[in-house]
Ligand binder design. Structure first.
Ligand code: SF4
Length: 337
């Protein structure tokens, strides 16, 4: 097995472009609200302290100014509601700390290992189930990467490696190239799956270098994006997804059912139609994981089931995502409808 860990990036103009967009993301509530013509909200300080705001400008530009209830804004704006958390909302709702195979490697399901490539993301989703995850002790980066790859190489039941985080596409192309080459050299690894929001947050992240890298990998490739509302798509996102599709990767989407964002059948139907129009199959509709700070986003399961029924009446079967919840310790996700 070849293990490469030197992350010197081949910095071209396109690489500089997305990295600059990461660096210029809005990180404080006051600036974001001012940019969107919203009045100051001093009550949000506690929430922003516990989980920093991170809002990249290409996504912010899709938010309607002056609208406190914009479905994209709600996903990233810290609010005082995050500090009202019922006791059954937990820091590690999926008990992921029990599923560690090695530092930065989780094995929750048969045949699959999840590699935590980084703790960095291109957005801080307020409902994220890993918002309290101790990334500094649990990422397969630096010296821990070699141990992580060895753990995967030593477990010949692992056919699929899920690159996760954080968002693995916040890592530069050269590092991804080295990582994918290392996985290609493990005989029992057949497939990589990349979980990412970056093609939506910062479409320029889908660089030509990354596209060529995926295109030429002999592994089977699946890219799972994460979109919650049709307004997240614009021409640049569609182009990024089209480039990803050209690599031969299967493109899937996962959505989290979120109060105020998409708990409405018409919104979910519109999202499915938009996904299909850009070549992405609706995959999962997740029931919210009960993480501290996200209780105000929770939608009752009965509502979720009704929404799926309404989607089924309006869409072909392949356009209706599976409505699921993850229950810690279960051998697979639990289908709710
Ligand atoms: S992009 Fe994914 S990992 Fe990052 S904050 Fe959002 S939900 Fe969490």
């Amino acid at each position: 097995m070849q293990i490469l860990t030197n992350p010197s990036d081949s910095v071209g103009a396109e690489s500089e472009s997305w990295q600059k967009t990461m660096r210029t993301a809005i990180r404080d509530v006051k600036s974001l609200r001012k940019r969107l013509n919203l009045p100051p909200d001093p009550t949000a300080a506690g929430a922003a302290d516990s989980f920093e705001l991170f809002a990249p400008l290409p996504f912010v530009d899709r938010i309607k100014p002056g609208d406190e209830s914009d479905p994209l804004l709600l996903q990233l704006l810290p609010t005082a509601a995050e500090e009202q958390s019922p006791a059954h909302f937990l820091a590690d709702p999926l008990q992921e700390s029990d599923a560690s195979l090695s530092t930065g490697v989780l094995k929750k399901y048969a045949g699959r290992a999840l590699l935590i490539v980084t703790g960095a993301c291109a957005i801080h989703c307020r409902y994220c189930f890993r918002r309290h995850f101790p990334y500094s002790d649990n990422s397969a980066s630096g010296a821990d990467l070699q141990d992580a790859l060895t753990a995967i190489a030593d477990d010949d039941s692992v056919e699929e490696v899920i690159l996760s985080g954080g968002d693995p596409l916040t890592v530069v192309d050269q590092t991804l190239s080295n990582l994918i080459a290392s996985l290609e050299s493990i005989p029992h690894v057949r497939r990589i799956r990349i979980h990412t929001r970056l093609p939506i947050m910062i479409p320029s992240r889908v660089t030509d270098v990354f596209v060529e890298l995926l295109k030429h990998s002999p592994l089977e490739k699946v890219v799972v994006i994460h979109a919650n509302h049709a307004n997240e798509f614009d021409a640049d996102v569609a182009e990024a997804l089209s480039k990803l599709k050209s690599t031969g990767a299967t493109l899937l989407n996962q959505t989290v059912l979120l109060k105020g964002v998409n708990d409405d059948a018409q919104k979910l139907i519109e999202l499915s139609k938009r996904l299909l129009s850009v070549g992405v199959m609706p995959y999962y509709l997740h029931q919210l994981d009960q993480v501290i700070g996200a209780a105000h986003f929770e939608v009752p399961e009965e509502t979720g089931k009704r929404l799926i029924t309404e989607m089924r009446a309006a869409l072909p079967g392949f356009a209706v995502p599976r409505y699921v919840r993850e229950i810690p310790g279960e051998p697979n996700k639990t289908v709710l409808a």
